[in-house]
Design a protein around this ligand. Structure first.
Ligand code: NDP
Length: 240
């Protein structure tokens, strides 16, 4: 297990849920965090809590310019990027009779385009440095469908396909690329889905806590020099 002492780790969607838990877990393993999301107040509070020179970068990652601004900020502030966790995401789930088509582009922008842009920009820099890790957060929805999640699952499947290709392209360069695909997890996204009475995967797989997913992120981040863990699916063993 590698100590992450002194490593620069960027986590998008760090203002709540899985992103905040992953940031805490990476900091506990020694990393300095760059926390990204729109809710600046939450990011600042978390950066202060984590210490180690951690910092907030408030941005709407759905803005096509945001990944470049994030990349340039990290390089200017720290001179390098060791770990990128693309976690920010949104879920509008509704069966076709109720699906709000105005949510389609925002979902594409944050769940897929932002991941491609950030991964590409940081991958180039990491490749030039000969090391780095990109960890993209997918979903159970990429592989197991449920009513109302066709668009969300489709975008996560696209994210996985892009991520798998990136791993193949970067093989042998020192840059590792992995996926964490969580089952249902008690976060704002999940609670919102439940509050709207939307059927979900938790009807057959019990929900987890954000820390459970953060543990998988850290397993990948701390893997040995010799391996590139491609994908971790995390499902609950029991209600938590
Ligand atoms: P949360 O709603 O708690 O977290 C979503 C995070 O994404 C927030 O920090 C939010 O911050 C950020 N975010 C959303 N839109 C943007 C944007 N345009 N720009 C920047 N940041 C944005 O939910 P989760 O923690 O559950 O979600 C994290 C990831 O896990 C997502 O990719 C989700 O698809 C995935 N996932 C979740 C599952 C679950 O059951 N909870 C299951 C499988 C996968 P802010 O609003 O401050 O911008």
């Amino acid at each position: 297990m590698n100590n992450l002492e002194g490593q620069i780790a960027i986590v998008t969607g760090a203002s709540s849920g899985i992103g905040a838990a992953s940031a805490r877990a990476l900091a506990e393993a020694g990393a300095t965090l760059v926390l990204v999301a729109r809710r600046a107040d939450r990011l600042s509070a978390l950066a202060e809590e984590l210490g180690r020179g951690s910092t907030a970068f408030a941005a709407d990652m759905a803005d096509p310019d945001a990944p470049q601004r994030l990349h340039d900020f990290v390089l200017e502030r720290f001179g390098r990027a060791d770990i990128l966790v693309n976690n920010a995401g949104m879920l509008h789930a509704a069966p076709i009779d109720a699906f709000d088509l105005d949510q389609l582009r925002p979902m594409i922008a944050i769940n897929y385009e932002a991941v491609v842009r950030a991964s590409t920009l940081f991958a180039r820099t990491m490749k030039a440095a000969g090391k780095g890790q990109i960890i993209n957060i997918s979903s159970i929805g990429a592989n197991i469908t449920a009513p109302g999640v066709g668009v969300y699952g489709g975008l996560k499947r696209a994210l996985e396909s892009f991520t798998d290709c990136l791993r193949v392209e970067l093989a042998g360069t020192g840059v590792k690329v992995g996926i964490v695909a969580p089952g249902t997890t008690s976060t704002e996204i999940f609670e919102d889905m439940k509050a709207r009475g939307q059927p979900s995967w938790d009807s057959f797989i019990p929900p987890m806590q954000p820390q459970d997913i953060a543990d998988a992120v850290v397993v990948i981040a701390q893997q040995s020099e010799r391996t590139n863990i491609a994908r971790i699916h995390v499902y609950a063993a029991a209600d938590s």
